[in-house]
Design a protein around this ligand. Sequence first.
Ligand code: FES
Ligand SMILES: [Fe+2]
Length: 428
Amino acid sequence: MGMEMAFAGQTPPLVDDRSANGIFRVSRHAFVEQSVFESEQREIFNKCWLYLGHDSEVAAPGDFLTRSVVGRKIIFTRNKAGKVGAFFNTCPHRGALVCREKQGSANLFRCFYHSWAFDLDGKLINRPGHESYADDANANGEHNLVPVPRLESYRGLYFLNFDRNACDLASYLGNSMEFIDLVMDQSADGMEVIGGTQEYGFKANWKLLAENSADGYHGQPTHATYFDYVMSTNGNLGDNVVKISKPHDLGQGHAVVEYGAPWGRPIAKAVPAWGEEGEREAAALRADLTQRLGAERADRIAYTNRNMVIFPNFVINDIMAITLRTFEPVGPGQMRVNAWALGPKGEAPKARERRLYNFLEFLGPGGFATPDDCEALALCQEGYSNMAEAGWNDISKGLNQERPTIEDEVQMRAFWREWSRRIEGERA
Ligand code: FES
Ligand SMILES: [Fe+2]
């Protein structure tokens, strides 16, 4: 059935979900229009839980870092009592950014412009010329830093919400928590963000990266160079590549793919290139996991990979290393990406070295994969210049299959259904 017949007399939806007929398409307008970008700001980014940072990044009292979350400047900090907080990074006086550093440790935040000073709870504690203000000038707290409306955490991951009335974080994360647990259970001592941030931007709509982050279909063609490299440096695949290839629609727009792959996993799956010592260390780590979590869960953690998208814009990739990644629109055709490596606290130096090597080898601006992905996504965005004549993205692979694999598009459809639920209601 043609588009015209299906939606006679109506504006066609941006997500054309006629699954029963084997059709699932997304209008390319969704990737280029300013009005869609603005709807997303209102209906998605102002209402969903958005990842801010990891507990370990503000490990000690006084630690802080500044971040941008969908373009909004935030201070993420831990107060003297050990409580984590987040404030809008803007001075109540005239609006200047109060904290100009990326991260550090502080007793107070002092504004550059007129020197108002705030404690780690955002409370105004000093200002020059205070005698010129009424005694009760800050009685209602309006000269304090403004905290973000909601800040909640799950297993070390802190999320904020700009909507005071949002549901709680646990309800929002829903089924994704089971898969977050598979990452956070990797160490009895907890997990930590290692080192700095990878920051990059490129010319493509942010939703293309939501799709790409759990897209098993593009792996071989787009990253052929990497797979060639892995095969040749590994010597062989070893005998520990599990035969799992499973996409999960987790509901609420979240999705994950779970699969076996030929690369080494520093959490207990060695490859021949690591040598006998590497295999011994991996076996010891597996034994530890087994003792702590039981054989089945230990094997799942050690041998399977997971790429998970938490709606709308947070990714946890538990692959040859663990990446946390956010991406956000700067405009319809431009996104900004931040990524961090996560690892077990107290990891042995050699395992940590392998992890970081793996991380840089595949991921980030200097890796084998990220530049390929950026190129592919930018090519899509360029192709949308022909939208008037070629207006639809096809996302029907594996539709109505009894046993879809990660090379199907279950995970993208999960994203788009939630996106449509939030956006199209408003458009209608
Ligand atoms: S703008 Fe911050 S003290 Fe004036
Ligand atoms: Fe990729």
